[in-house]
Design a protein around this ligand. Structure first.
Ligand code: ATP
Ligand code: MG
Length: 392
């Protein structure tokens, strides 16, 4: 008898044609995230078994809880002794300290096994009833004992641990997340990864107006997201010249609108270059002046690349709740200035006029500045932990 981990896939079951690809990717992601442990995996169309060293089980479960595409995690007792007596004894061992009500459910994937599922459930149930104070409740039991009889072994387990759900990362391609140091964009990133999309990160900085601490904040946020993502890269764009040029020469009420149009232009070019199929940001309708529908319309007008806004209908409090859950909140609230906050106009325009924007933008030839920013992108390696973490 040994302990093994049984994983159920959840939403993948709706993806009939792609199912094998999804399972293969999930397996690869699990191997990646658990690379410091030794274990084996066996999978089939419906579930995956992980055979770890017993002392690693708790740590491994801690990692599995953060892997998208996993619906349910169960620690099972596995035994190759398929005799009824052994199954009864193992089941009683699991249930003897429980209280309240229970139900036994048996599943035979090995149909040649001589005892029918219903009979096995009844026999094991009777054995538990006789030897404990538990009561049976077939409709709403406090504990459900599962017995899975397979050709090679029997697997017995009770209450399961909920997984994150979603799709395995990278099954839906890659997107570029506009990652600022705020609360919203990391949450937008997390929700996108959940849908199986792998992320690269894009940060616009305006040194010396923004500080190294602001950059480190973004690096640390990206690292938090890397717990769910796989092999992300952070692209840092030097935005200083573009921002100063807008600030010095154009209508300051339109500063944010025009600045965001420049960001989108750069984001699209970098997304194409890095094989990202969409751009993601943390915009939420109505949250600030740059996020009214007419602002979004005016900004979005520079691109027809897909822009995903997973938070568009979220309330701030709900966003904060997720940011706490994914442990980005405490980093996000550190007080370093972002490039959007340093040049904030006194009266940011809420309903920008596209004709006026185009007139303003035509006063300057932005193309060379955009080219320069794109050509000088800096790529930050998110795995160099020692180099940055001590700065926060
Ligand atoms: P956040 O909390 O994510 O900073 P916000 O409420 O401050 O968002 P804005 O400053 O209007 O809102 O930015 C909207 C979105 O634009 C952000 O969620 C982010 O995706 C992107 N963004 C803003 N500033 C930057 C930046 N310096 N680098 C990269 N992306 C940015
Ligand atoms: Mg911000």
């Amino acid at each position: 008898m040994r302990k093994v981990i049984l994983i159920k896939y959840g939403e993948l079951t709706t993806k009939k044609d792609n199912r094998n690809f999804f399972i293969k990717t999930l397996k690869k992601n699990i191997f990646d995230k658990l690379s410091s442990f030794s274990f084996e995996i066996k999978d089939d169309y419906y579930r995956m078994f992980i055979y770890p060293n017993e002392e690693d089980i708790d740590s491994i479960i801690g990692v599995l809880k953060n892997i998208f595409g996993i619906h349910e995690i169960n620690v099972c007792l596995m035994s190759d002794d398929l005799s009824v007596n052994n199954i009864k004894n193992l089941s009683l061992g699991l249930m003897k300290d429980k209280e309240g009500t229970f139900k036994v459910e048996t599943n035979r994937s090995d149909k040649s096994y001589p005892i029918k599922s219903m009979d096995m459930s009844r026999d094991v149930g009777a054995h538990i009833l006789k030897n404990t104070n538990l009561k049976v409740d077939v409709h709403n039991p406090l504990t459900k004992l599962n017995i899975e009889i397979r050709h090679e072994a029997v697997y017995i387990y009770e209450n399961s641990i909920k997984g994150l759900g979603g799709y395995p990362v990278s099954t839906l391609g890659r997107a570029l997340l506009m990652l600022s140091g705020g609360i919203d964009s990391p949450v937008a990133g997390y929700l996108t990864i959940k849908r199986g999309v792998e992320l690269y990160y894009l940060y616009f900085e305006s040194r010396p107006h923004t500080s190294i601490e602001a950059r480190n904040k973004v690096i640390n946020l990206a690292k938090k997201l890397e717990k769910y993502n796989s092999n992300g890269k952070l692209l840092v764009v030097n935005f200083t010249k573009i921002q100063e040029t807008i600030y010095k020469n154009l209508d300051t009420d339109y500063l944010i609108t025009i600045m965001r149009r420049m960001m989108y232009r750069i984001a699209e070019k970098l997304a194409r270059k890095n094989k990202c199929l969409a751009i993601v940001n943390g915009e939420s309708v109505g949250q600030v002046a740059s996020q009214t529908l007419s602002s979004i319309l005016a900004v979005n007008n520079v691109t027809n690349y897909p822009i995903l806004r997973p938070l568009c209908s979220f309330d701030k409090l709900d966003i904060i709740e997720i940011s706490k859950k994914i442990d980005t909140y405490d980093i996000s609230i550190l007080p370093y200035e972002d490039c959007c906050t340093i040049f904030v106009p006194r009266h940011p325009v809420i309903n920008p006029n596209l004709k006026h924007i185009l007139e303003e933008e035509s006063k300057i030839n932005f193309e060379p500045l955009l080219e320069e920013a794109i050509n000088n992108v800096e790529i930050v390696n998110l795995n160099e932990k020692e180099k940055y973490t001590d700065l926060l």
